[in-house]
Design a protein around this ligand. Structure first.
Ligand SMILES: Cc1ncc(COP(=O)(O)O)c(C=O)c1O
Length: 474
């Protein structure tokens, strides 16, 4: 019989080549165990609400009113919703023609893009042009669209920090380009070594690759490090010398758990550097409502800002965005609220501050408990989670454990994580999903389990780990 028009053999090879560990084997096994009735602690995805984080009240009030504007005609609306939430819902609805159920401009509503530009201006102290800001269904869509615009064929290379968030390797595969790793130095708190990056680029060029762009994830996922001003400057200087587009993934900009290195955007550093950098270096910066103290992953809202991208390219990106018609509109409203939250003097201000501070302070405490917990375990070593939402401990697996993994047909870190899942219900992601140096093993967990549960989760982890290490060291 002739093969089917669509056979596994004849689908796009790029689809087969792309891997996405965060929802890979471990996640599937955890989901199966959950269906069988086992209690699973999902620490594999940075998905705060799934782990019990409560949505912030004010943004959800505004969203509720935007979704159900007829509530505003109800005589009791003033009892159910504060006046500033009602005013804000009216403000956003006035920007739309047809409310949140109607398509918008493919770049997002102009009024919300203006609010994003004002947020960036206040954050960085430099002008921002709303016409160079596109709203997207999560930062992911913007990153995919940008990579899709840059990559022409397999000879185009993108330089990505390793360990890396697998969206990058997966999207580069899907777009048919070449992934060029630069290794972060675990012993230097996941720092960068420009000479290593330069060497990676030289190696790629020798293989005939045209190196086009470099990704900077700050704060880092999965490594949690926060880049210093000097680091960012050095990276920008490097991209200028090497003629690379900078892709600054800044989705964790609110998630900072130390005071020495506050978040500084790549845009600010670039503008501070002055000429020729500020006019020559091409930069895409990404942000989202999924992270920070918002954690609204399911709402799928983000934006990207373009710096030094010529108008003809912006037009092409606009054209491609138009194919999807419009980013989701409730998400755009939420993004507007993120960049323009309640101000001092507003009715909802005190509650907003108390909720958002409460979440961030709790995350900071959890970052400490988790790092300390890992470092108290046999053969486990963990850098402090300076930012983002993850802990990435190194597992010094005994040779017998590596042997046992081989017999089970699993990578050693996958073997460890599967055993951990079966014994404790803790669902993590093996380090191999993010890339790691040969012969070095990690796992990634989020810092998101509820604060009241975290000591118990770490105790359960420690018991499993110490038994596992003792078993294979014997
Ligand atoms: C570094 C990084 N970039 C981008 C994203 C995607 O975020 P979004 O939910 O906005 O698509 C994530 C999600 O975990 C991430 O960790």
């Amino acid at each position: 019989m002739a093969s089917k028009p669509l056979d596994y053999e004849n689908i796009n090879e790029n689809v087969k080549n792309c891997a996405y560990a965060v929802r890979g084997e471990l996640f599937l096994r955890a989901s199966q165990l959950e269906r069988e009735g086992k209690k699973i602690i999902f620490t594999n995805v940075g998905n705060p609400h799934q782990m019990g984080q409560k949505p912030l009240t004010f943004p959800r009030q505004v969203l509720a009113l935007c979704q159900a504007p007829f509530l505003m005609e109800n005589a009791h609306v003033g009892i159910m919703f504060p006046d500033d939430a009602i005013a804000r819902a009216k403000h956003y609805l006035a920007m739309t023609s047809g409310g949140v159920g109607a398509y918008t401009d493919s770049r997002g509503l102009p009024g919300i893009r203006k609010e994003v530009a004002q947020f960036i201006e206040i954050r960085d102290g430099y002008p921002s042009n709303p016409d160079l800001i596109f709203l997207t269904d999560g930062a992911t869509k913007g990153i995919m669209q940008t990579l899709g615009t840059i990559i022409r064929n397999k000879n185009d290379g993108i330089v990505v920090p390793v360990p890396q968030y697998p969206l990058y390797s997966a999207t580069i595969s899907l777009s048919g380009g070449t992934f060029i790793p630069y290794y972060l130095e675990e012993s230097a708190n996941w720092g960068l070594d420009i000479d290593h990056i330069r060497q990676s680029i030289l190696d790629a060029r020798q293989k005939g690759i045209t190196v086009r762009a470099m990704v900077i994830i700050n704060p880092g996922n999965p490594t949690g490090q926060c880049l210093s001003y000097a680091n960012i400057k050095e990276l920008i200087e490097f991209c200028y010398q090497e003629n690379l587009v900078v892709l600054a993934d800044e989705v964790y900009q609110q998630n900072i758990y130390q005071d020495e290195r506050p978040f500084i955007s790549a845009k600010k550093v670039l503008m501070d550097m002055g000429l020729p950098y500020s006019k020559d270096v091409q930069l895409f910066s990404f942000h989202t409502v999924s992270k920070g103290f918002w954690g609204e992953c399911g709402q799928r809202a983000g934006y990207f800002e373009m710096t030094n991208i010529p108008p003809k390219i912006v037009d092409e990106i606009y054209k491609v965005a138009s194919i999807s018609l419009s980013p989701n509109v409730p998400g755009q409203v939420l993004l507007g609220l993120m960049v323009n939250p309640p101000k001092p003097g507003d009715i909802s201000y005190a509650q907003f501050i108390s909720e958002s501070k409460g979440i961030l302070e709790s995350m900071r405490r959890r970052a400490h408990v988790i790092t300390d917990g890992f470092n108290s375990c046999q053969n486990v070593q963990c850098n402090f989670t300076e930012g983002a939402m993850y802990s990435f401990p190194q597992l010094k697996l005994p040779p017998k454990a590596i042997e046992a993994a081989k017999e089970a047909g699993k990578a050693p870190d996958v073997f460890y994580c599967l055993n951990l899942l079966d014994a404790t219900g803790i669902s993590t992601v093996p380090g191999s999903g993010f890339g790691q140096k040969e012969g070095v093993f990690h796992l990634r967990t989020t810092i998101l389990p509820a604060e009241e549960d975290i000591s118990e989760v770490m105790a359960s982890f420690k018991k499993f780990n110490d038994d596992f290490m003792a078993k294979y060291e014997a």
